[in-house]
Design a binder for this molecule. Structure first.
Ligand code: NAG
Ligand code: NAG
Ligand code: NAG
Ligand code: NAG
Length: 410
């Protein structure tokens, strides 16, 4: 279990939540050799950071080969906990290397030391309390070996010690919608999940949920659905023309820009690519600023560039955009809750109700009817689409709590 370590505003931004179970104690003044070691530990990240930040953007086109770094790349010595002194850049770099190492080990049947069954790493992005905690508790019950939990909150928020989420907070920064800070929070969550001394080597799927997400299937169903999928579930589509108003060259051509929901489920190899990417990330951070929604287009574009065949281009999180809205989909409240509501979403075999929100197909054809697409799962059409639902408001929670296992699946 991780120690709770929420970052105080203004504090050194290199504190770590992961140091508790694998503290490496450094005795002061014991020998020159140890001192040299300490200096290397402290300055190597700085040097590497400087090398990284001063290298010009690569001019060769971005490719799967380059981001996957198939050849063995070493995990640097300072990547072991405690990680307090790492800059965020080095933290992500370490996590990218570790994730690639774990991926190689899991593929290599002959590798020594079985890491144990793979886990689903649930990465929650929440400002504070999660109103559906009791549902998550039910969902996770008895599945301790197969999942892990990480939560990014407002930096000043602390869960009470009775909460399911207590002890699972990662050092957090303030997050704003429609900004790169949301991408930063996602990358931070993945980095801590990968570097977790207890579960890092087995965390193999990264599921992003928000405070108004609920599961609508049993844990086993969800586990099989994800771990047997050949694709990550990332909604990724060509958006309406107003999103193309910025300069994407020379990193990528404008027509390759993609958009989609933030709430995705990623295989570890894709998590490793995102953690290790700087050129496309910096492009979005510096150029995709006003009215551009980097949070809904960076990962969607990046993975479509480097591994288009590896993503399903759809999400497993149901959301309803069909009503009149400005920038938020419908919130489901107590009046919407019924066993039929749950069963209807469980039974869907096509993505509709305003998925692909802002797709170019929708507006440019001036056809305001819904975009509906058949759900494919490992190439099989008319497969079940959804494992989770968003946005379910707090008032719906007590009613959902009364639904039996035969309805919710857990
Ligand atoms: C939990 O917190 C309460 C007060 O907030 C405290 O009294 C109690 O001892 C704590 N329990 C544990 C197990 O830490
Ligand atoms: C996802 O869309 C891309 C185009 O952006 C396509 O090349 C790829 O085959 C699609 N993925 C799947 C699994 O169909
Ligand atoms: C609009 O959508 C409907 C139903 O999806 C379809 O039958 C029709 O051909 C579409 N019209 C255009 C112009 O794309
Ligand atoms: C949940 O069920 C209990 C027992 O059947 C009932 O007393 C309670 O009113 C129900 N809660 C809601 C919100 O429907």
């Amino acid at each position: 279990m991780m120690a709770t370590a929420s970052r105080k505003p203004g504090a050194d931004n290199s504190s770590s939540a992961l140091s508790s179970s694998a503290q490496v104690k450094i005795r002061v003044g014991s020998s020159y050799r140890e001192l040299a070691c300490v200096f290397t530990l402290i300055f190597l990240p700085v040097i590497i950071f400087l090398i990284h930040s001063s290298s010009p953007a690569p001019s060769d086109p971005i490719s799967l080969q380059r981001v996957e770094k198939i050849e063995d790349d070493p995990v640097l010595p300072f990547c072991e906990p405690p990680l307090h002194f790492l800059t965020e850049h080095s933290l992500l770099d370490c996590a990218a290397r570790k994730a690639r190492l774990h991926e190689r080990n899991s593929r290599n049947v002959a590798s020594k030391g079985k890491p144990g069954p793979q886990r689903l790493a649930f990465c929650f992005l929440s400002r504070g309390h999660l109103p559906h905690e009791h549902l998550w508790r039910r969902f996770f019950h008895g599945q301790e070996e197969l999942h892990s939990i990480y939560v990014h909150t407002h930096p000043s928020f602390q869960f009470p010690n009775t909460s399911l989420f207590y002890g699972h907070q990662v050092p957090s920064e303030k997050v704003e919608r429609m900004s790169i800070s949301l991408v930063d929070a996602m990358r931070r969550l993945m980095a801590y999940a990968v570097l977790d001394p207890e579960h890092g080597s087995t965390n193999s799927w990264f599921i992003f949920a928000c405070e108004v997400t609920i599961p609508i299937r049993s844990f086993s169903y969800t586990y099989d659905y994800l771990t047997k999928s050949r694709h990550s579930f990332v909604e990724s589509f060509a958006p309406v023309s107003r999103y193309y108003s910025w300069e994407t060259l020379p990193e990528f051509e404008r027509w390759r820009l993609r958009k989609g929901e933030v709430w995705m489920a990623l295989q570890r190899r894709h998590a490793a690519m995102i953690l290790g990417d700087w050129s496309i990330y910096f492009k979005f951070r510096s150029q995709c600023t006003f009215g551009c929604n980097p949070d809904e287009s960076y990962v969607q574009t990046f993975l479509a560039l480097v591994d288009p065949g590896g993503i399903a281009n759809r999400t497993v999180m149901y959301v309803d955009w069909t009503g009149i809205h400005i920038s938020s989909p419908k919130t489901f409240e107590d009046r919407h809750m019924s066993p039929q509501w749950v069963q209807d979403i469980q039974g869907r075999r096509a993505d509709g109700d305003g998925q692909y929100h802002d797709t170019s197909l929708d507006m440019e054809v001036r056809n305001l009817s819904r975009i509906t697409r058949t759900c494919y799962y490992n190439g099989v059409p008319n497969s079940a689409c959804f494992l989770f639902v968003r946005k379910v408001g707090p008032r719906a929670s007590p009613l959902l709590g009364n639904f039996t296992q035969s309805i919710l699946g857990y």
